[in-house]
Design a protein around this ligand. Structure first.
Ligand SMILES: Cc1ncc(COP(=O)(O)O)c(C=O)c1O
Length: 367
């Protein structure tokens, strides 16, 4: 029976979950862990979200409204997008999975930048796609390199903007140029999971490109800036035809009532959201300058995490940090052997991270 499992799925690398917080505390005898590895939001859930969800708890014996109309209207109002152009799912990952099903069958050619969010490759390969990986240039997605790789067989391009793990962006001019050169048979999924942390005019306006009829699908989430990672809620913005197909390919009731009311509440009450995003962006500035003063090579970040290089192997550094109760993402999984991605945590967590990193680097220097 096991032989019946699709070969493309069997061939995928196993998913590494890592140790749980409970296991780590026990192993290293710690009472606190700074979880700075998943780009979560330390300032949430926001009070308005909690309040709305608490009220909804007593209704959880019922399925949600199948069309999620109220939340789509709230998102639509915020982004000036009609609700017919919005689809919801259990996290951005739910949307990404549905999109892969819409576009990919065995042999479909897809393009993915190297060293990016791993799900694009897993979903594509799992469905039997022929994946063309294109290198980053100076740690950034380079649209020219991607354009060069497009053939008459290419169907889909996965882009992460801002980019996880490097935190860099494709700017508006480059994105416009890219779309102008894009052949009509190719669709682009732009994963904007970190969109709300960007505060530069250089960031492209994907919604405008969708309204203009370009082959673009934007994917966003309530997990990051809205602080609802544990509730699992993400959405797509796209042409009505794509949204219709997403709906047809979705499981019925693919999100939950608590998340729906929580998200509606955070969209309405923007004050905590803005305060948290500001705090995160300010802590980020400070973290970047501290890392630079330690001699690390730090990339600019348009997200709630920072990517930097030290002169030492990232696996060793992240392991030593872990022993002190600090979880970061070592860059080796993205072929950055000396790169580390650290999420912005609460000020005391960032301080602890900097202190321990400094100690580890000095120890290595003096060896
Ligand atoms: C680029 C990117 N896309 C999607 C996700 C997953 O988002 P969600 O929690 O909405 O499934 C993440 C989570 O880290 C991410 O970094």
């Amino acid at each position: 029976m096991v032989d019946e499992i699709r070969r493309t799925i069997k061939n995928l690398p196993p998913y590494e979950h890592g140790k749980t917080i409970k296991e780590l505390k026990k192993e290293f005898g710690l009472d606190k862990i700074a979880k700075l590895c998943f780009n979560e939001n330390p300032y949430a859930p926001y009070p308005s979200c909690l309040k709305a969800m608490k009220k909804e708890l007593e209704n959880l014996n019922y399925y949600p409204d199948a069309n999620y109309i109220e939340l789509k209207e709230s998102i639509g109002r915020k982004l000036s997008v009609p609700k017919k152009n919005i689809a919801l799912s259990h996290g951005a990952v739910g949307i990404l999975e549905i999109l892969s099903k819409l576009f990919i069958k065995k042999g479909t050619e897809v393009i993915i930048p190297e060293s990016t969010y791993g799900l694009y490759e897993d979903l594509s390969k799992g469905l039997g796609a022929v994946v063309k990986e294109v290198p980053l240039a100076s740690d950034r997605i380079n649209v020219e390199v991607i354009l060069d790789q497009i053939t008459s067989e290419t169907k889909l391009i996965w882009l992460c903007n801002p980019h996880n793990p490097t935190g860099t962006i494709i700017n508006g001019n480059d994105f416009e140029h890219f779309l102008n050169q894009l052949p009509e048979h190719v669709w682009v999924v732009v994963d904007e999971a970190y969109y709300e942390f960007t505060n530069t005019e250089e960031f492209p306006n994907t919604i405008t490109t969708i309204k203009e009829g370009k082959n673009v699908i934007a994917v966003r989430t309530f997990s990051k800036a809205y602080g609802m990672a544990g509730l699992r809620l993400g959405y797509a913005i796209a042409d009505q035809v794509i949204i219709g197909a997403v709906k047809q390919a979705s499981q019925p009731f693919n999100t939950n009532k608590a998340a729906l009311v929580g998200a509606k509440a955070v969209l309405k009450d923007g004050s905590y959201f803005e305060e948290a995003v500001n705090k995160i962006n300010n802590s980020k500035k400070n973290l970047i300058s501290e890392l630079r003063s330690m001699g690390c090579q730090v990339l600019p970040s348009h997200t709630n995490f920072v990517f930097f290089r030290t002169p030492y192997p990232a696996d060793e550094i992240s392991e030593e940090l872990l022993q002190k109760g600090i979880m970061v993402a070592a860059g080796s999984r993205w072929n950055y052997d000396r790169g580390i991605r650290v999420s912005i945590g609460k000020p005391e967590e960032n301080k602890k991270f900097l202190k321990e990193l400094k100690r580890i680097i000095n120890k290595k220097k003096n060896k």
